[in-house]
Design a protein. Sequence first.
Length: 230
Amino acid sequence: MTAVPASLLAVERVSRHYATGDAVVPAVSDVTLVLAPGDFVALMGPSGCGKSTLLHLCGAMDRPTSGTVRLEGAALNDLSDDALTRIRRERIGFVFQFFNLLPTLTVLENVALPQLLAGQRLGVAEGAARVLLTRVGLEARLRHYPQQLSGGEMQRAALARALVHRPALIIADEPTGNLDSENGAAVLELLIELNRETGTTMLLATHAAEIAGAAGRVIRMRDGRIESET
């Protein structure tokens, strides 16, 4: 029997500084954070507080200046660029504010794409995509293109794409930020349901009080540091 890790994601005294001319700008400073399997955690704070930078570090899209990020026990700092690409492809799903669906692919093709990139056969990839698109209520939109969908439908398609390869961790940056209140509420409810059904750990950056209220934990950041946790 495979042991379930006590922590799925462990951020250990992580800092990320950027050089701007002769100045060094601290985007994230000495952050420690642990997420267990199945957690639903919201990151909150004013614009520029470091939320997105922290998400990029947790999602293996950037490397820390100091400290360590571990996913399922593996220190991401120690991995090659190719290995990080595999981690992102196989173990992490991403949801963005502006959907990032490819306009020349149908909804079905967009959602199947992560599986195809991982080497899965077309029939298997599209079968998995159909199941998730049905789950998020888009079974009638499989052959539509992104520009034929509403904003709420595009974000539901993006959620299906993020989950199709059964990742351990979902990274979401303002997933309701580009939606009206009705569609934002629908996407939030879907996030909650998918977290419960799949057990996928979710780490979201948001300004929305509704998401914070639904999350199991809320972490507030200011000036690149964790200010409080509830």
